[in-house]
Design a protein around this ligand. Structure first.
Ligand SMILES: Cc1cc2nc3c(=O)[nH]c(=O)nc-3n(C[C@H](O)[C@H](O)[C@H](O)COP(=O)(O)O)c2cc1C
Length: 186
């Protein structure tokens, strides 16, 4: 996708320590010419505040489904329709599991079900969580549905360990998402 087309990117942020890096993802997406709207899971909002993402995206940020004002016009469906692409970064093990199983029990998972836009996820978690058969099965399910799995990288993890589970760098995510040929970092 070309940034010149002024893409509408919906950035979903789930609850992991790499949520702070999602701030830089917003900045870089905007720098590449995309419009960005951010949706946080309730747990992501424990790591980084909606206000930070609002300031960086220049758009209202949502962190829950049950917002009466935003839902006056069925805001969740409007957001799903608005998105040309959905990127979830970081994608927690929990969010990946819920996406793989088609859950719609919060705003982000509901949006993903209600949207026909291409979905990309950037997993970020402890290496044992990543390598767990449950997570690997969920990833295989998502991949079989055409979801782009961006990373994770191998390297130092937040808890002092090292291995696969590190979120790709913001610049790599933006490049993968906005690549004209839809090229993915596997
Ligand atoms: C300090 C802390 C760091 C965490 N980091 C991660 C992480 O990097 N990746 C992950 O998958 N879960 C992580 N978790 C666990 C998730 O926050 C938890 O599974 C949560 O239910 C995710 O919810 P969500 O996917 O709806 O955002 C962490 C939890 C805590 C308390």
């Amino acid at each position: 996708m070309g940034a010149k087309e002024r893409h509408h990117v919906l950035l979903g942020v789930s609850g992991g320590i790499a949520a702070y890096k999602a701030c830089e993802v917003v900045r870089r997406l905007r720098g590449a010419g995309a419009q960005v709207r951010v949706v946080l899971t309730a747990n992501a909002a424990r790591f980084v505040t909606p206000l930070t993402f609002q300031a960086l995206s220049g758009q209202p940020v949502r962190d829950g489904l049950w917002d009466a004002e935003a839902e006056l016009g069925m805001g969740h469906l409007e957001l799903a329709h608005w998105a040309d692409a959905i990127l979830i970064a970081p994608a927690s093990a929990d969010t990946l599991a819920r996406l793989a199983h088609g859950f719609a029990d919060d705003l982000l998972s509901t949006l993903c079900l209600a949207s026909t836009a291409p979905l990309a996820v950037a997993p970020a978690m402890n290496q044992r969580m990543w390598l767990h058969p449950a997570t690997q099965a969920n990833i295989a399910t998502l991949r079989s549905r055409g979801v782009a799995i961006l990373g994770p990288a191998n390297g130092p993890l937040a808890e002092g360990e090292s291995g696969p589970g590190r979120m790709l760098e913001p610049q790599q995510l933006v490049q993968a998402l906005l690549a004209p040929d839809g090229a993915h970092v596997a």
